[in-house]
Design a protein around this ligand. Structure first.
Ligand code: ATP
Ligand code: MG
Length: 281
């Protein structure tokens, strides 16, 4: 950080500016700009192949593992530059990704998976605190501590994947479709836990195809289509927009939107329904 260039207060959190990403000659993201203020939950919505996972990989410095790379733009976290740094440096900066498809180490026990998440933690007391936090959030992981992770249900594996990420004591969590393929009850539990983790002070960037649940959790949202941001705004406004309702919430025109699946506390408001301006970066 440059001592001569004091950071403005709104520099805390994550900022992505004019990001472009390619996999070899294939452009996957173009002109992506977004902000995740410290302490917030922000969601990125989009269908298959829109570029959601690519965005998270760019932030976590893991594009190289997928033969991809950042071709333009900048990513900063709490004022420090993340783009161009190694994945391990991004984790050290406090940003931890839970990858798509809850990749737990199937042959290892639950306990061993959690310990793997704390690798690199020098402070043993901090690691013990992180473990305590995870087991309080997910008591089932304590019950299954000695079981092989591959034997857990899909929802439990997602809990373990999130728990393993929390062992690194992140200031910011990147979640890639955490509710994908889960039964509605389990998806709702995961959503509740994401809210709880955020209330404990962790900033969250949540990538989802499940727009209803994500919009009920997030304060603001971005919609990705074919590698570009086509809509963005406060989550409540996007939930009311005709386009988002039709394309991402499965609601026909004039039909009142139901509550988010498995989350009946916060119904998606039916009106008024402003049309959001479409913009391209
Ligand atoms: N390793 C790769 N090599 C080449 N192209 C890739 C690679 N990974 C993704 N892509 C391409 O980049 C684009 C964005 O893919 P990405 O996986 O980021 O989308 P996504 O929004 O996460 O989709 P999904 O909802 O299916 O997970 C797609 O066109 C995809 O085919
Ligand atoms: Mg994806």
């Amino acid at each position: 950080m440059d001592a001569h260039d004091p950071r403005p207060p709104d520099d805390f959190g994550l900022s992505v500016k004019d990001l472009a990403v390619g996999y070899g000659p294939v452009a996957a993201l173009r002109g992506i700009s977004l902000r995740v203020p410290r302490g917030s939950i922000v969601t990125v919505l989009g269908g298959n192949g829109a570029g959601k996972s690519t965005l998270l990989r760019a932030i976590s410095g893991t594009l190289g593992f997928h033969r991809g790379g950042v071709t333009a733009g900048e990513i900063r976290f709490d004022g420090a530059r993340l783009s161009g740094t190694a994945a391990s440096a991004v984790v050290a900066a406090g940003v931890v990704q839970v990858p798509e498809g809850r990749r737990v180490f199937a042959r290892m026990t639950v306990e061993e998976n959690l310990r793997a998440g704390a690798l690199g933690a020098r402070d043993r007391r901090a690691a013990a605190e992180a473990r305590e936090r995870v087991l309080t959030l997910f008591p089932v992981l304590a019950e299954r501590a000695r079981q092989r992770a591959g034997l857990l249900s899909g929802g439990e594996q997602q809990m373990l994947a999130i728990g393993r990420a929390l062992m690194a004591r992140p200031r910011m969590l990147l979640l890639d479709e955490p509710t994908l393929g889960l039964a509605p009850m389990m998806a709702a539990r995961i959503a509740d836990t994401v809210r709880e983790i955020n209330e404990q002070g962790t900033t969250v960037l949540l990538v989802e195809q499940n727009a209803a649940a994500a919009l009920s959790l997030a304060s603001s949202a971005y919609v990705l289509e074919v590698g570009e941001v086509v809509l963005s705004g406060p989550a409540a406004e996007l939930a009311r927009s005709d386009e988002v309702r039709r394309r991402y919430l499965g609601v026909e025109d004039g039909e009142p939107a139901g509550p988010a699946p498995g989350n009946d506390r916060r119904a998606v408001p039916a009106s008024p329904r402003p049309n959001l301006a479409r913009w391209s970066a």
